[in-house]
Design a protein. Sequence first.
Length: 142
Amino acid sequence: MGMQVGSGGSSDPEVMVDINTTPLIDVMLVLLIMLIITIPIQTHAVKLNMPVGNPPPPAVPPEVILVEVDFDGTVIWSGDTVPDRPTLDAKFISAAAQPIQPEFHLRPNKIVSYKHVAGVMASAQSHGITKIGLVGAEQYVD
């Protein structure tokens, strides 16, 4: 149980070859803080010349067509039942060809399957109808 003691000075101690990075890190942190303080705050503002006042109302109010989807998937176009999908497509094509496209208000029944409503919307979009909105959301509020 003894302790090993080196020979009294005859051998050189190992030389440390690692660089002391602590002062380097301190200097870099100080430089980083000074850089952050001296950078001006960037503002991302874009100057716009916006029109003043209200836009004029449209000369002619657009025609509104109510398209309803009944609980069993039956499509009703402004009160008239549409017998099949090609007839509905023909109605959408003729509406899209008008110079002023009418607005479509789509009112699905509360218990109708989503696939029927999505089919009507997809048919309208594929034939160039751009003004379509869902109405009748009050029936879903309990």
